[in-house]
Write a protein that binds this ligand. Structure first.
Ligand code: FAD
Length: 469
């Protein structure tokens, strides 16, 4: 293993693999340290089409396609008084645009691909400490995850912190992670064999089904299992766990109130124990600093309602690679490139924050605790700075102009073509163009998907409208 590298990436999830792979492809020297030995389990199985141009740029799309993951034709929502759907292919796009993935396999493919592109990938090694000179990280001290007595130091010029929820920079050094108290949710999930296919909506869709105290995801996977998870408010979850006697009991009781999921699982067998995550919505106050960029979950994470985690991870990984590449080549200064990164990434995140909030505001079980818990009070709006975020999304012309200049100069570094380029500015412009549209949940979600993929279409499902209030 090297003792000095040009760019160090911490973490081999989608954010780290994307950043490292694109940087290596652009000719830079990159080392990536990952504390686990892959394949490793991870939640986050439903992928958005926005990842496609990034995977194409990495050159990994064909490999992913050959692997045989479950093609994902879109999303189907049993949400609110109506059922509705997002179709990824309705506007004549060619074949698969996204998948439902077993993350252990998906992440390994991405990491192996980064290695093939020239990244030095070292697994089973944890970054324990960073060394700073005048506030700039210059070296990492690592130790073997299973053999802590094996240690070393690696110096670097630039750092991408893609360490996921662990968040080396933001939790250990900056201490600038801000938790979204309004989305204080718990997710509890398991895997089922023999589940039925959804009898409506696009093939391979994720089903999102609201229940009185939260909502379920149901994701069909290519290994024959279905991932089925409950998201509910933390206080409510803890209360019910005490009342009912355990996590499994809370999960089953919620499921009993969800006809769509019950139908999918009517002949199925649960084949895994329960897994739980909580308090997973947060944002770091800054995503950049001297010599470093923070990407993916290490920077921010929003409620999984719209399956946006891997999108933000790969998107920010791509932006980080573009920003660093432009600085290393001497075409723009670090401050300018970092501003580009911070602006574009934060806007993408804030746009999703607005969309998820709008979505929860339309929650089906309006008489229930979950709705009230997710409902934004004025104080919450202030805390999330939602109005400001919304204003920035729909009127972000100044930000765009700033970023446009930098982007024009750096786009050449990643070898993108005009048609295949995942040009973040074009994405933001599309949202800007939509600013006149009222922010209903449908428009919000359509905005999200259209922003990242021009050929998607949202349409109301061809099913009877039920229970309109
Ligand atoms: P990760 O994938 O977490 O990778 C970070 C890596 O860093 C890990 O491999 C870790 O081992 C490594 N690491 C950490 N610390 C160190 C260290 N000190 N040294 C070395 N290595 C280190 N997203 C979706 O897109 N679709 C979904 O359907 C979806 N569902 C979700 C459901 C739930 C309940 C939750 C909680 C999340 C969900 N997500 C979903 C989000 C998704 O899982 C994440 O956003 C995504 O994995 C982020 O990728 P990442 O590369 O930033 O981080």
């Amino acid at each position: 293993m090297r003792t000095a590298t040009q760019i160090l990436v911490i973490g081999g999830g989608p954010a780290g693999s994307t950043a490292a792979g694109l940087l290596a492809k652009a000719g830079h020297q990159v080392t990536l340290l990952e504390r686990e030995k892959f394949p490793r389990y991870h939640i986050g199985e439903s992928i958005l089409p926005s990842c496609r141009p990034i995977f194409e740029q990495l050159g990994v799309w064909d490999k992913l396609e050959r692997h045989g993951f479950q093609p994902k034709g879109g999303a189907y929502f049993f949400w609110g008084p109506e059922e509705w759907e997002v179709r990824f292919n309705d506007l004549g796009s060619d074949g698969t645009n996204a998948w439902q993935v077993v993350r252990a396999e998906f992440d390994q493919l991405l990491l192996d691909h980064a290695e093939e592109l020239g990244v030095e990938v070292v697994q089973g090694v944890s970054v324990r400490e960073l060394e700073f000179e005048d506030g700039r990280p210059v070296a990492a001290h690592w130790a073997g995850t299973k053999e802590p007595s094996v240690t070393g130091r690696i110096g670097f010029d630039y750092l991408v912190d893609a360490s996921g929820r662990a968040g080396v920079m933001s939790t250990k050094y900056l201490r600038n992670r801000k938790w979204h108290t309004v989305f204080r949710n718990v997710a509890a999930w398991s895997y089922w064999k023999g589940a039925k296919q959804l009898d409506r909506g696009p093939a391979g869709a994720i089903a999102v089904c609201s229940v009185p105290d939260g909502w379920f995801w149901a994701i069909p996977l290519h290994d024959g299992t279905m991932s089925v998870g409950l998201v509910t408010g933390k206080d409510d979850f803890n209360r019910r766990r005490t009342e009912l006697g355990g996590i499994e009991e809370v999960y089953q009781a919620a499921m009993a109130q969800c006809p769509a999921v019950l139908e999918l699982l009517s002949d199925a067998e649960q084949v895994a124990g329960m897994k739980v995550e909580q308090d997973y919505s947060y944002v770091a106050e800054q995503f950049t600093g001297p010599g470093y960029l923070i990407s993916g979950d290490a920077a921010c994470f929003l409620d999984p309602l719209l399956s946006t985690g891997v999108h933000l991870a790969t998107y920010s990984g791509m932006l980080a690679a573009a920003a660093i590449s432009s600085v290393v080549s001497g075409e723009v200064g670090e401050q300018e490139a970092w501003e580009f990164y911070g602006t574009v990434y934060r806007q993408a995140y804030e746009r999703l924050l607005v969309l998820v909030s709008v979505f929860y505001e339309s929650y089906r079980g309006k008489d229930h605790h979950f709705y009230n818990a997710q409902r934004l009070s004025e104080a919450d709006r202030d805390e999330l700075d939602l109005q400001a975020a919304f204003n920035r999304i729909v009127t972000g012309v100044a930000d765009l102009d700033d970023a446009k200049d930098v982007y024009r100069r750096i786009r050449g570094h990643l070898g993108g073509t005009e048609s295949g380029d995942p040009n973040p500015l074009a994405n933001l412009n599309k949202v800007h163009e939509r600013k006149q549209a009222p922010m209903t949940p449908e428009n919000a979600v359509a905005g999200l998907y259209l922003a990242f993929h021009p050929r998607l279409m949202l349409r109301r499902a061809d099913v009877p409208i039920i229970g309109r209030r």
